[in-house]
Design a binder for this molecule. Structure first.
Ligand code: CP
Ligand code: NVA
Length: 310
């Protein structure tokens, strides 16, 4: 069984293969002809859902969308039971949901399941971001990058994915919003194997200093709008806005990254988001390339999985 639910479910070598194929983005013809790819979205999405639908269709496959409003999930059918049934119709699944729900679905589905983003990880996003950095700078190994803001799903995947490919990652968060210990541990372990490293800080200027890319994301993830909590967060995160002043501490050729959607003039100023240093649309475009590359390579990764064929 092979699942891609967090960044280190791929080896560094497999990640490099995904990036190589995505960089070339050659037409994949009818690689998915006759195959149905289930797209489960229990949380909202714009980019991930549309780029997956387009990728699957462009390869001759059928994308099948399942959400929690118009399915029996709304009536309480469990994700494991839903997964068991979906395996009767579809060959492969991408799912966006809280991590516990993704794990339950994957256990029931019993076929390759790929995270389309959870509260803990967003591995396909970070592959697109690494591709963006590769297109910009050529070589990824040894590249210093920073992440400023909330220690959230994107922060976890930036730390883990980038450390696995030998980048040096500096993270600055408010003291009460550090990334989770398990994510830090995994990223540090990945860095030990690759020559990468992770440094955790609270001073945003120190984190950004001399880095070649500055990444940020929203200050509140996967939560309903709560005005009171939002105002409290704004106070805690005020010094962590990525604006031109903070960005000026980065290397002169640094690029600005954001997975989107952005909250303009909250975690990033509109001026920087729209500036010539911003690569956010390139990141979004690269989601499609990475989806296509993954869809081509997933069968190989399943064959290469340690317990394949047993
Ligand atoms: N970056 C990203 O995953 O965007 P969506 O939530 O719109 O899919
Ligand atoms: N951290 C963000 C990522 C969006 C792709 C969120 O969970 O909303």
């Amino acid at each position: 069984m092979f699942n891609l639910l967090k960044d280190d479910d791929l080896t560094a070598e497999q990640m490099t293969r995904v990036l190589g194929l995505a960089a070339a983005d050659e037409p994949a013809g009818h690689a998915l002809a006759g195959r149905s790819v289930l797209l489960v979205f229990l949380e909202r999405s714009t980019r991930t859902r549309v780029s997956l639908e387009v990728a699957v269709s462009s390869m001759g496959g059928s994308p099948v969308l399942l959400d929690n409003l118009r399915s029996r999930l709304a009536d309480g059918e469990t994700l494991a039971d839903t997964g068991r049934v979906m395996a009767q119709y579809t060959d492969l699944a991408f799912i966006r949901a809280y991590q516990d729900d993704i794990d339950a679905f994957a256990a029931g589905f019993g076929r390759t399941t790929v995270s389309a983003g959870s509260d803990l990880w967003h591995p396909t996003q970070i592959l697109a971001d690494l591709l963006t950095l590769q297109q910009e700078f050529g070589n990824l190994r040894g590249l210093p990058i920073s992440f400023v803001g909330d220690g959230n799903d994107i922060c976890n995947s930036v730390m883990l994915g980038a450390c696995a490919l030998g980048l040096h990652v500096r993270v600055a968060t408010p003291p009460d919003h550090r990334p989770a210990g398990f994510a830090v541990e995994r990223a540090r372990h990945a860095g030990e194997l690759s020559g990468g490293s992770l440094t955790l800080l609270t001073d945003p200027a120190e984190a950004v200093s001399g880095t070649r890319a500055v990444y940020t994301d929203v200050w509140r993830s996967m939560v309903p709008d709560d005005q009171h909590e939002k105002e409290e967060r704004f106070v805690e995160f005020a010094d962590y806005q990525v604006n031109e002043k903070l960005f000026s501490h980065a290397d002169p050729d640094a690029v600005f990254l954001h997975c989107l959607p952005a909250r303009r003039d909250e975690e990033v100023t509109s001026a920087l988001l729209d500036s010539s240093r911003s690569r956010v649309l390139q990141q979004a475009r690269n989601r499609l390339r990475v989806n296509r590359a993954l869809l081509q390579l997933l069968p190989d990764f399943a064959r290469e999985a340690p317990h394949a064929g047993r």
